[in-house]
Design a protein around this ligand. Structure first.
Ligand code: IPD
Ligand code: CA
Ligand code: CA
Ligand code: CA
Length: 256
C-alpha cells in the first residue's frame, strides 16, 4: 500500500468503522426503535440510521469531494462516478435484533468503479477485516488463504436460492460437504477469509458485497452475477463469490 493519499483514507476508514462498532455495542442494550421497510421481515433500527449518519458526516467532513452510496434513507450514487464510499451501517440487522450477534459494519471505497479499500467489522468478535484488493488483514495479521477443494468444503448460501436451485446452487451443493446460512453477507465474507466456507451465493445489494468483493479478491475470488457477468452496483442481484477457477470450469454460464 504505497499510495499515501489512499493510506490516509485507509487509516480514516479503520478508525471510523471501529468507532461505529463501539457505538453499536454501547447502545445495543438500550430500547431499540425498530421499523419495517418493505415487509414485516425487512427491518431497520435507530442504530442502523444513527451509524450511517455518523459515517456519512465524518466522510463529508474529511473528504468533501467524495460521494456516498449507502443502504438507509435512499443515499445513492453511481459507483463509476468519481470517489464513492459504500456503507452498510449494520449488515445482518435481523441478527442484530434477534441474536445480538452475527452482524457487521461494512465500508468500502471505490474510485471510478474500481475497488480500493474494503472493511468488514465483526462487531461482537471485535475483529476487523480490511484490505486494498491486493492484501487482506484480520486485525494486525495478514491473511494467507489456500482454498480447499469444494468436495472438502461448505458453501454459504441464501436459503431462497438454495431451495429454488437458483444458479444450479442445489446441484453444486451436492459436490460439497453441505451448505450454511448465516444471515449476514459481511459475516459470510469473513467466513470465506477464515477458510470456513468455500464460496457464497446470495441475492445482494451493492453495500452487501462492495467490501467483501475487495477483501476476497487477493485469493483468486470473483464476485459476479450467476451468468458470470460483473455486478452492476445497482439494485439487488443474484450473485456468487467463488474461486475464479470454478467459474472457468463451468462449461456453460449458470442460469436462474
Ligand atoms: C442483509 C444480510 C443478509 C442477506 C440480505 C441482506 P441487511 O443485509 O446481508 O444476509 O441475505 O440480502 O439484505 O439488510 O441486514 O443489511
Ligand atoms: Ca436492511
Ligand atoms: Ca446488508
Ligand atoms: Ca444493513
Amino acid at each position: 500500500m504505497t499510495d499515501n493519499r489512499l493510506n490516509i483514507k485507509l487509516e480514516f476508514a479503520k478508525k471510523v468503522v471501529k468507532h461505529a462498532g463501539a457505538y453499536i455495542k454501547a447502545h445495543m442494550t438500550d430500547t431499540l426503535e425498530i421499523s419495517e421497510k418493505t415487509h414485516f421481515d425487512d427491518l431497520v433500527t435507530n442504530l442502523d440510521r444513527e451509524v450511517q449518519d455518523m459515517l456519512i458526516t465524518k466522510i463529508q467532513e474529511l473528504f468533501p469531494g467524495d460521494h456516498i452510496l449507502a443502504e438507509e434513507n435512499n443515499v445513492r450514487h453511481d459507483i463509476n462516478d468519481g470517489n464513492v464510499w459504500v456503507i452498510d451501517p449494520i449488515d445482518g440487522t435481523t441478527n442484530f435484533i434477534v441474536q445480538k450477534d452475527n452482524f457487521a459494519v461494512m465500508l468500502a471505497y471505490y474510485e471510478s468503479g474500481i475497488g480500493k479499500l474494503g472493511l468488514i467489522l465483526d462487531v461482537m468478535k471485535d475483529t476487523l477485516y480490511w484490505g486494498d484488493g491486493s492484501t487482506t488483514y484480520k486485525n494486525d495479521a495478514q491473511i494467507s488463504l489456500s482454498v480447499a477443494p469444494l468436495a472438502q468444503s461448505l458453501i454459504g448460501v441464501s436459503t431462497y436460492m438454495y431451495r429454488t436451485n437458483a444458479g444450479g446452487l442445489l446441484d453444486l451443493s451436492h459436490q460439497s460437504l453441505g451448505v450454511r446460512a448465516i444471515g449476514s453477507a459481511g459475516i459470510e465474507y469473513t467466513n470465506i477469509l477464515d477458510g470456513k466456507i468455500w464460496g457464497y451465493f446470495s441475492n445482494l445489494s451493492p453495500w452487501d458485497y462492495a467490501a467483501g468483493a475487495i477483501l476476497i479478491a487477493p485469493f483468486g475470488y470473483v464476485t459476479v452475477q450467476l451468468d458470470g457477468s460483473p455486478m452492476s452496483f445497482e439494485g439487488r442481484q443474484m450473485m456468487m463469490s467463488i474461486p475464479k477457477q470454478q467459474l472457468e470450469k463451468l462449461s456453460r454460464p449458470i442460469k436462474n
